[in-house]
Design a protein around this ligand. Structure first.
Ligand code: 3PG
Length: 411
């Protein structure tokens, strides 16, 4: 049972104050480095609206340092400006330097300043022990410039990183409040059977979360697609070919030999694909899983037999949590399973099941399908949502609880 004590922006009088607000604006990015979707930006605009009487500075991440989707936050600021019109939203291409500090000092009430990608600060790309976060340069330099700190980045709540948990005191905002309320419904006493579907990238994070879910009997079944499924096959010594392995190799090294005993003892609960769709000469080719080594073409989607298996499990479930798309739906020929599993979840919701889709990309697919409002909840959390659903106490929760008693009540 989640019982988190925390203060929110509605508990403190923030009018006229200088507020630093950590949001999760991390969005899917296309090959031309353009934002493909604005689900999290839209959700975060509610926080900014609620803070309209403050001198507001936004801190957020996009991708990880060195990754393909690691880009400045300029486009995010432009999108926020469109959504929040006529409110003034500006972007400064600096995070900690003189330019950023001058821009922070110049923010007036009602204005919004977006600082550059917080992952330019390297420690914010890794896990930092929570008690060390306050000592980092990011916090030491920025904290003295502000009266209050808001962390409404639910999607980053599982990260023990300075920008998330390092501030002297922390208030939550509407995004964190709504996520906790919606996810608690599934976590406290879920209706069974409880099916978890994982796909997409970040194979190691998802493996850890699904392992926890299975070992603690939270989910009855886990349907595994995407890079996590591929990593698990390789982890069991079943080779899929170089074209695929290179994408999740580092994650597999970290997952280690523990994959074999885990998969052996939970074979009936963890359902792996029996077939895949690969890309060959720009076409979709469907093959049994054990032919991918021969083909050595990139796996882009689950195959038709797997899709039917997954749909059957969803049809029999009462709680369905999905995180990460099962295929590379950005390319329409590989969007089949993503579309059909969203439809299966819409049908499940209509017959009374509780359904959640999480993670930037699956959320994007649900929005694009035009059926997002027929799913019980579209979460802005990817890994954060999965860890929350595993019953883990997230670093942001620790920081919020520590802050709880430090705030006087609103007069
Ligand atoms: C997400 O995409 O799940 C969140 O924005 C967190 O991103 P991260 O996995 O890069 O920390």
């Amino acid at each position: 049972m989640i019982d988190l004590k925390f203060k929110t922006i509605y508990d403190v009088d923030l009018k006229g104050k200088k507020v630093l607000c950590r949001l999760d604006l991390n969005s899917p990015v296309d090959d031309n480095k353009k934002l493909r979707d604005d689900l999290r930006i839209k959700a975060s605009s509610a926080t900014i609206k609620a803070l309209k009487d403050t001198k507001l500075v936004i801190l957020a991440h996009q991708g990880k340092y060195g990754d393909k989707d690691f880009i400045p936050l300029k486009q995010h600021a432009e999108r926020l400006a469109e959504i929040l019109k006529p409110q003034k939203v500006t972007f400064v291409d600096d995070l900690l330097g003189d330019k950023a500090i001058a821009a922070i000092k110049a923010v007036n009430v009602g204005e919004v300043l977006v600082l550059d990608n917080v992952r330019n600060f390297r420690p914010d790309n890794d896990e930092v022990p929570i008690d060390d976060c306050a000592k980092t340069e990011l916090v030491q330099k920025l904290a003295p410039l502000f009266d209050y700190f808001v962390v409404d980045a639910f999607g980053a709540a599982h990260r023990s990183q300075p920008s998330v948990v390092g501030w002297p005191t922390i208030l939550a905002g509407p995004v964190v409040m709504k996520e906790i309320e919606a996810l608690k419904k599934a976590l406290d006493n879920p209706k069974r059977p409880f099916v978890l579907l994982v796909g997409g990238a970040k194979a190691l994070d998802k493996y850890k979360a699904l392992k926890y879910n299975v070992e603690y009997n939270i989910a009855d079944k886990v349907l595994v697609a995407g890079l996590t499924a591929q990593m698990l096959y390789e982890g069991m010594g079943k080779m899929l070919g170089d074209a695929n392995r290179k994408v999740f190799e580092k994650d597999l090294d970290k997952a280690g030999v523990g994959v074999i005993p885990f998969m052996k003892s939970h074979a009936d609960q963890v359902i792996l694909p029996v077939d895949f769709a690969v890309e060959k000469d720009g076409k979709r080719v469907e093959i049994p899983w054990n032919e991918s080594l021969k083909t050595n073409a990139p796996i882009m989607d689950i195959g038709p037999k797997t899709l039917e298996m997954f749909k059957k499990e969803i049809a029999g479930a009462q709680t369905i949590i999905a995180n990460g798309p099962p295929g590379m739906f950005e390319k329409p020929i590989f969007g089949k399973s993503t579309t059909e599993l969203i439809d299966a979840m819409v049908a499940a919701t209509a017959r009374g099941a509780y359904t959640i889709i999480g993670g930037g990309e699956f959320g994007e697919a649900a929005e694009k399908s035009g059926k997002a409002d027929k799913i019980s909840w579209i979460s802005t959390g990817g890994g954060a949502m999965l860890e929350f659903m595993s019953g883990k106490w997230l670093p942001l929760f620790v920081a919020l609880e520590r802050s709880y008693s430090k705030f006087p009540a609103k007069k």
